[in-house]
Design a protein around this ligand. Structure first.
Ligand code: PAF
Length: 282
């Protein structure tokens, strides 16, 4: 495994490669990331993992400055896992040598709702950096986690609309087997008490899933009940929302009756830590 810092050096190495996979990350890697690497390697000969904390996707009051930068530990984990061939870890000056004034602005119907409502500009920052990484690496395949479901679907839609010749693979959430808690870099902020409560988010999503599977078509009521369940348990809930998988729009009655693919997405704060989770239905 080699670590490459420059765009030119990376492109020189990749020039003759015909089966390249990419897993974009912001580092601070955990088992969820390692699962993405393992999945990606099943679909390519040469695997690039990028590690870049992307300023463009952080809001003014978010944690860009304090976001953990752990390149050495990350590389040690990847080396031990043994599936990544190249770690692409550009500096900010390498990635954005001029102010990045050209941006990829995703469709607002997908990007201004849910996470995009609470984090304005977030998905524009994500699409811009992912689009740029795609244009630097030119991968045949790229893997993203379903943990960030909205991000995955927006990237899929960007790739479709720009006819980028890249296969996008979404990998199932990695969960703690006992509690069901989804692995996330944010779990490290939870106290022992909060860690015990954290799986309530997953359990609430399961309640919503079961109601839909049982044929309940009153989505508004199901969502409201889920939110108040979380509130009663001490959470500050941003949303529990049922949307269509493909376009993240609210399901129509016919979608519900015909059991079209839906997803339950939730975001809520326990203490000061905001967690997101989701589950596909049908
Ligand atoms: O999911 C992430 O870690 C980031 O949003 C990504 C895709 C690496 C873009 O910076």
């Amino acid at each position: 495994m080699i670590v490459v810092r420059s765009v030119k050096e990376l492109q020189d190495i990749l020039k003759t490669e015909t089966s390249v996979g990419l897993v974009p990350t912001m580092g601070n890697l955990h088992v969820g990331h390692l699962a993405l690497m393992a999945e990606a390697k099943r679909h390519c000969k040469l695997l690039v993992a990028s590690i870049f904390v992307n300023r463009l996707q952080f809001g003014p009051n978010e944690d860009f400055d304090t976001y953990p930068r752990t390149l050495e530990e990350d590389c040690a984990k990847l080396k031990e896992q043994g599936v990544v061939d190249i770690v692409f870890a550009p500096s900010e000056a390498e990635m954005y040598p001029q102010k990045q004034t050209y941006r990829i602005k995703p469709d607002s119907s997908m990007a201004d709702i849910l996470e995009g409502f609470y984090r304005p500009g977030f998905f524009e920052g994500v699409c811009t950096v992912v689009g740029k990484l795609f244009s630097i690496v030119r991968p045949n395949v790229a893997v993203f986690g379903k943990k960030d479901y909205q991000q995955l679907q927006i990237i899929r839609s960007m790739v479709r609309q720009f006819a980028m010749p890249i296969e996008i693979i979404g990998l199932e959430l990695q969960r703690d087997l006992q509690s069901g808690l989804a692995f996330s870099s944010r779990n490290r902020y939870l106290s022992t008490k909060e860690l015990k409560k954290a799986s309530e988010l997953y359990q609430t999503i399961q309640v919503v899933k079961k109601a839909l599977e049982a044929g309940n078509v009153n989505v508004d009521e199901i969502e409201k009940r889920a939110c108040s369940l979380l509130t009663q348990q001490g959470w500050q809930t941003d949303y529990v929302s049922v949307v269509r998988q493909v376009d993240l729009l609210a399901p129509t009655e016919s979608d519900l009756i015909n059991k079209e693919p839906l997803v339950v997405l939730a975001a809520a704060k326990i203490g000061t830590t905001r967690l997101i989770d989701n589950c596909e239905v049908f």
